[in-house]
Write a protein that binds this ligand. Structure first.
Ligand code: SER
Length: 318
């Protein structure tokens, strides 16, 4: 049977690039992009696009039927920093959308579901370095609470109803095509924009805050790899730890200075510091590497090189 995919939240940071890649892999007509508002021109023109509120089960089902969709990638969510400001809204969006999609899979309207979790499921009591797959999880943010609950909903629907739902705990994702919005790891994207536009960046985290991170190309590849894996190899049905690189604001600044020697960084930590301090510094992702052959390709300097080259062209500077 052919694969027809619906992406919910296709205009977001991950959605934009994942949709583009899925269209390359499965064909433009077989990947239906959707979001609560219109996407960028490239996405709207390349293939089908539908306006969908990811919490609206009825509309999701109509679109599934219209295109004979068999896989849903649910990427709509409110990220950590914004969720602290709108806790109820974040909980409603992050949970209702997941339960709607899991129910649609349980009711056999679709065969496979992808849903992202995050390093935010960990908390202050979690071992910080090389954080294991299974460990103490006491998240301190609304976003983290929603992701941890979501992971167990996924496992519950899998174990109880046989729903084939797969998930990754993303670290901070660095990309240039679409900016993230409202996350704690967003500094690692903003820093490149500001380095190119202004030559200087005021960082909202302190210089030695080490966080797990990943370049978008790796994140997209991991996601598709997990979804294409033999179901018997997908042994973890909460969510897989996934890692590539980890660095501090100081280290990313040093990496940028290799290409832009006059770049200058200053530090002014705000409320996001506390969120970052509750998250791991690095992640043990050996289960993903073993179960479905995950391997990252980008280290910090390779990522910096690609970010600076692509963004400079995009912003038409240098
Ligand atoms: N990047 C996310 C955030 O900062 C973590 O999943 O909220």
């Amino acid at each position: 049977m052919s694969t027809t995919i619906l992406v919910l939240g296709a205009s977001g940071q991950i959605g934009t690039e994942l949709t583009q890649k899925l269209r390359e892999v499965y064909g433009n007509a077989n990947v239906i992009a959707s979001d609560i508002r219109e996407g960028n021109e490239a996405m709207m023109n390349a293939g089908p696009f539908e306006i969908i509120d990811a919490t609206d089960k009825k509309t999701i089902l109509e679109v599934i039927k219209k295109y004979e969709v068999n896989q849903v990638y649910l990427l709509a969510a409110m990220l950590s920093a914004t969720a602290e400001k709108f806790p109820q809204k974040a909980w409603d969006l992050n949970m209702s959308s997941l339960l709607a999609v899991l129910d649609l899979a349980k009711e056999k309207h679709i065969e496979q579901v992808y849903w992202p979790s995050s390093i935010a499921v960990f908390g202050e009591t979690t071992p910080k370095n090389n954080t294991p797959q299974e460990t103490i999880m006491e998240p301190s943010t609304v976003y983290g609470i929603s992701k941890l609950s979501g992971e167990f909903w996924c496992k519950y629907y899998h174990d109880k109803f046989g729903v084939d739902v797969r998930s990754i705990r993303y670290p901070g994702i660095v990309s240039w095509k679409t900016k993230p919005g409202g996350g704690t790891t967003d500094y690692a994207v903003d820093i490149y924009f500001k380095a190119i536009e202004n030559g200087t960046y005021e960082c909202f985290l302190s210089k030695d805050t080490r966080l797990p991170m990943m370049y978008m190309a790796d994140a997209v590849e991991a996601t598709i790899k997990l979804m294409q894996a033999d179901p018997n190899n997908v042994k973890i049905r909460t969510s897989y730890n996934l890692a590539a690189i980890d660095f501090t604001p100081n280290e990313i600044a040093n990496s940028i200075q290799k290409y832009l020697p006059n770049f200058n960084i200053t530090f002014k930590p705000d409320f996001r510091q506390k969120i970052a301090d509750s998250w791991p510094s690095s992640i043990d992702d050996s289960a993903a590497r073993k179960d479905w052959d995950w391997n990252h390709k980008y280290n910090l300097d390779r990522m910096t090189k690609e970010m600076i080259t692509s963004l400079s062209a995009e912003l038409k500077v240098m």
